[in-house]
Design a protein around this ligand. Structure first.
Ligand code: EPU
Length: 423
């Protein structure tokens, strides 16, 4: 087990770097198997979710080479359409290999994907997308057996699911005609995936909007591609800086990808300065004079991202007033609140989707446990401002999505230590 031990309170200063986006890299690496030649992907975050997806790709015959943040993927020997079942169960993101396998082989065999326990995470929308593309799906011996090359046509998503949109795109890029995808999710990571596929020779228009048109092409050629900055990691570090009322430069990042988050924070009393350097953009937080509560409800992009709900709630423990938080995406994303309450946060859970934070009040360090990635990182933010020592158990969840977070935070003045225990 990994533990983070934080001694607080902390004042941060300096600059913290933002890695490549987890939720773009997790799709772009599997998309590389659609080509006939190797791709080199740069700015890939060094996180355990990426280690898993690479192992999963290797389980179907992909050759990969990893050198720091660069991953070279050679798909020329991919022969299997049945990825390792144990790995599929470890990572919900493994679901995005279904689309590429169907496009490449007209067949994919998958067990039920696992991942962070943040509530019911069904895959019915993915299956529905594939059925609309003419794929036959049988469920046998705990596995989905999918067969048939995706046919061009019209796909309507039931909900704006991010990964189902990505699967619809990847399943269609090599088909024989035009596929239109409606009520698509519009997250920037989807546009990043489409940019990479287009660089390889695909013809995708409208990614990043709710209507996408994919004109099938005969083949794709491997390419070099740089992953976009992680908007959720950038948002997390901005929230860390504001929670501790510190002046920190965060980047590179694309501020427009956090437009509503920045609006809410500005309304609460936060101040930012934008800095441009060598063609990259950064935001610097400026010391504030106290924050006031601002309610949020999480929504698909460009709404307030569910992945920042928990660190935002920690910030609101330091704001004046009551903050109502309505989680519309995932029902199970409040598990960190029990731990925050152990740290003396004042919160009332009204129902599985709504809670209130009463602020401001001083948090106190204690031993707590991370239950999932984003809940875990919220506990780090709580540890930054708490009086005394905060011990976060099961911190390996945080390593799934944040590259070297302890090192990055130490470099801006945080008293944080990583401890590996046998248990
Ligand atoms: N949903 C269904 N059926 C499905 C798929 C989704 O009902 O078949 C529902 C979900 O239960 C949820 C909603 O649709 O209520 C939206 O889920 P979505 O499918 O958009 O989520 P996802 O694609 O599984 C991605 C990110 C998540 C992020 C969400 C929302 C990846 C690998 N994961 O998940 O990231 O929270 O979109 O933006 O891209 C994280 O990084 O911590 C994380 C969980």
């Amino acid at each position: 087990m990994t533990q983070f031990i934080i001694k607080g309170p902390n004042l941060l200063s300096g600059e913290i770097s933002v890695s490549g986006a987890k939720n773009a890299a997790l799709k772009i690496l599997p998309a590389a198997i659609l080509a006939d030649s190797p791709s080199t992907i740069t700015n890939v975050p060094q996180i355990t979710d990426i280690d898993h997806i690479i192992k999963l790709l290797e389980s179907i015959g992909t050759k990969t080479e990893v050198s720091n943040n660069t991953v070279t993927i050679d798909p020329t020997n991919v022969t299997s359409s049945h990825p390792d079942e144990k790995l599929v169960k470890k990572l919900r993101g493994s679901i995005v290999l279904m689309g590429p396998l169907l496009a490449k082989f007209g067949r994919a065999v998958f067990s039920q994907p696992g991942g962070c326990l943040i509530g019911a995470r069904p895959i019915d929308d993915h299956l529905d997308v594939f059925r609309q593309l003419g794929v036959d799906i049988q469920y046998k011996d705990d596995c989905y057996i999918m067969s048939g090359k995706p046919k061009p046509g019209k796909v309507v998503l039931k909900a704006m699911s991010v990964t189902a949109t990505e699967n619809a795109i990847m399943a269609s890029v090599l088909s024989d005609g035009v596929t239109t995808i409606h009520i698509a999710a519009a997250e920037p990571e989807i546009a990043d995936l489409a940019n990479y596929l287009n660089k390889m020779g695909a013809n995708i228009k409208g990614a990043g909007t709710h209507d996408i048109v994919v004109t099938g092409v005969k083949s794709l050629k491997g390419s070099k591609y740089e992953i976009l900055p992680d908007r959720i990691e950038a948002g997390t570090y901005l929230l860390a800086a504001l929670t501790t009322n510190s002046e920190v430069t965060v980047g590179p990042m694309i501020p427009e990808h956090l437009e509503l988050v920045l609006k809410k924070l500005t309304d609460a009393g936060a101040k930012f300065e934008e800095i441009s350097r060598n063609g990259r953009r950064y935001l610097r937080t400026i010391k504030h004079n106290g924050l006031t509560a601002q309610d949020i409800d999480t929504r698909p992009y460009p709404g307030f991202p569910t992945d920042l709900q928990s660190p935002y709630a920690v910030l609101m423990t330091q704001a004046k007033g009551d903050t109502h938080i309505f989680e519309t995406i995932f029902e199970g994303r409040f598990r960190y609140l029990e731990e925050l309450i152990l740290m003396r946060a004042k919160a009332d859970i009204l129902n599985p989707r709504t809670f209130i934070i009463h602020g401001p009040n001083r948090l106190v360090g204690t031993e707590i446990s991370s239950r999932d990635l984003r809940g875990g990182v919220a506990l780090i933010l709580a540890g930054l401002i708490a009086n005394g020592t905060t011990i976060i158990d099961q911190a390996e969840y945080i390593d799934r999505g944040y590259e070297r977070i302890d090192e990055k935070l130490r470099a801006i003045g945080v008293n944080i230590e990583r401890v590996e225990t046998k248990l």
